[in-house]
Design a protein around this ligand. Structure first.
Ligand code: ATP
Length: 368
């Protein structure tokens, strides 16, 4: 069993007179064998969180535990953790085999034969058996990353920590490695924390995603849970591509009103909104229906398609309300690729009430 627990963890860096709160009171429990992806924009504190788990950074406040064992003061080399970096961090003068076995020779009392067996097994998992006698300089970026992953596997750790391990690879290789890494993690069943700013990696690889912003944890949940039930505006705009549309307005009586539209609120939304007056409506591009009338005039609007991007399987249609100054855009919708919408065309746009997300404009918290 290896359950990883972060309990009110905070990291403050001192920079001269200034204090930088890089990680602000984070709590999360990662069950044994889970693949947790930590996502968020640059500077939000992802790497610092990972480095505290690894013991590469001290913890200002709070506790990190592996099962019941507090790790705060355990030295990096004594933590049962293997880390994989974006930069691979291979020793340039050691062969692939040497890089993979080095940690074991140092930190364990395994015999040479046992180490050799482990290296061979990890190399075969990573498909690099034939490359073991090469130096890093004689390997491609993808092969070097396989060696770095192999080095983590031979340690047979309780926890894998990965900091953007695929971001130096080209798009095709990255997509391949994504699937492979995910299969490998499932096969080994090792609790994994994986840092990325790439939401595709987060959505496709993880059991759960933890979204961070500005040092704070915004939401932790399964990928589709975050997609369908974002807890706040930050998560709503961060997860999903093309991203969610937002319309800013206010509640007036039983309607949501912007300077362009009046949208009658269905009862369940009106109830959820309660006393809040300043609202943001969130609408996923695929929820918008373009074309035939849905026979719901109150929730239908006339809009102009300004730009249409055919992607094959779908079109991305940029829409604006009448009277909008040129160059502004009100909504982005996706439609099936077979459906033809032309730039400049005026279309009926239906925003189905059951798909609408509503946020409190002041706090950003989801109301519905
Ligand atoms: P990126 O995706 O760009 O790697 P990140 O989410 O991993 O970003 P961190 O590297 O954890 O972010 O940094 C979080 C904050 O802490 C940033 O404001 C950063 O400038 C600051 N920070 C990180 N390390 C130090 C340090 N050693 N001294 C001072 N400030 C630091």
């Amino acid at each position: 069993m290896s359950r990883l627990i972060l309990d009110d963890v905070t990291k403050v860096f001192e920079d001269g007179d200034e204090e930088i709160v890089a990680v602000d009171d984070i709590s999360v429990e990662i069950p044994d064998g889970e693949f947790l992806v930590l996502v968020g924009p640059s500077g939000c504190g992802k790497s610092t969180t990972l480095r505290m788990i690894a013991g590469l950074e001290t913890i200002t406040d709070g506790e990190i535990r592996l099962d019941d064992s507090v790790q705060n003061d355990v030295r990096t080399q004594d933590r049962d953790i293997a880390m994989v970096f974006q930069s691979y961090a291979l020793y340039p003068h050691k062969t692939a085999r040497g890089n993979m076995s080095f940690g074991l020779e140092e930190a364990t009392d395994l015999s040479d034969a046992e180490i050799d067996d482990r290296v061979t097994e990890a190399a075969s998992m990573m498909g690099i058996e034939g490359l073991l006698d090469r130096l890093p300089g004689e390997l491609s970026g993808g092969q070097q990353q396989r060696v770095a992953l192999g080095r983590a596997i031979v340690r047979d750790p309780e926890v894998f920590l990965m900091d953007e391990p695929l971001s130096n690879l080209d798009a095709k290789l990255r997509a391949e490695m994504r699937t492979e890494l995910q299969q490998l993690q499932q096969q080994l069943g090792v609790t994994t924390v994986y840092v990325t700013h790439d939401q595709t990696e987060a959505m496709t690889m993880s059991d759960r995603i933890a979204v961070m912003n500005d040092g704070k944890l915004q939401q932790v949940g399964r990928p589709l849970e975050l997609y369908h039930e974002p807890a706040n505006l930050f998560v709503a705009q961060f997860i999903g591509e093309p991203s969610m549309n937002f319309l800013t307005g206010r509640r007036e009586g039983s309607s949501f009103v912007t300077d362009r539209i009046q949208y009658p609120l269905p009862m369940d939304i009106a109830d959820a909104v309660g006393d809040a007056t300043d609202l943001v409506f969130g609408i996923r591009p695929e929820d918008i229906e373009i074309g035939e009338s849905a026979d719901n005039p109150a929730h239908e609007f006339e809009m102009t398609a300004t730009v249409v991007e055919p992607m094959g399987n779908q079109n991305v249609v940029h829409l604006e309300f009448p009277g909008e100054t040129e160059g502004t855009e009100d909504l982005v919708a996706t439609t099936e690729g077979m459906k033809q919408v032309d730039a400049g065309e005026t279309v009926r746009v239906y925003i189905p009430p059951e798909t609408v997300h509503v946020f409190d404009a002041a706090s950003g918290e989801a109301l519905h």
